[in-house]
Design a protein around this ligand. Sequence first.
Ligand SMILES: [Zn+2]
Length: 270
Amino acid sequence: MGKALVHKFIYDIMKKMDILFSGGDLLSVEILKKIIDESDNIVFFGGAGTSTESNIPDFRTADTGLYSSTGQKYAPEVMLSHSFFMNHTKEFYEFYKEKMIYKDALPNLAHVALGNLEKRGKLKAIITQNIDGLHQRAGSKNVLELHGSVYRNYCMDCREKYSLDIVTQSSEVVPKCIKCGGIIKPDVVLYEEGLDNYTIQRAVEYIANADVLIVGGTSLVVYPAAGLIEYYRGNKLILINKSTTAYDNRANLLIQDSIGKVLNVAIGEL
Ligand SMILES: [Zn+2]
């Protein structure tokens, strides 16, 4: 029996038994490939790990201290909070511009593969916790950004909308509205702020109705990731993450490897 046939044989048995569980090896990627081939209702849920392969660091796991311009040390959760934005707007922007905007980052293999999967009509939605817009740059259309996007900005006074350029090209540290002079705020969900209800609602609908749910690059500890996964009702929960997650034992297929590498092999070209 050839290798591909052996894989198909094992896959068929696992499918009959309703268990698809294995470690991070070629066989599990092969099984993922088959699951993808057989479905046209796939949803992807991704976290910071999806973008670290584009050299965008996950600030939550960075243990380097973050210092304000006055030399004070703050946790990223403090500097990226609503109250810090309101009370220390200049320091917020100094930090934000340096640590949160990666205009030159390029989509990686994971973004490209998912873009291809949507074009094939198999991927219904991407739900992401990232704010870097890399899925859209890779061609994806239906992207639900739970935490907003650095590419959208608005005036806090008159609600005029602005692109990222107003933030990066502003001569002042704090970008101001051209129409009314109000302070411009990124459309990014800061700590202490609630998530957009409509986006959450749509994410829940996609997950609840998905045949296959691929969760990648997230340790599933940050709200609302873990809660959203609970809405999945199917039996093809695929977890791709380099390290262990709290949901590993719930996964039908567990692949502990690079998300870019895995999705590139499992999805491939358009
Ligand atoms: Zn304004």
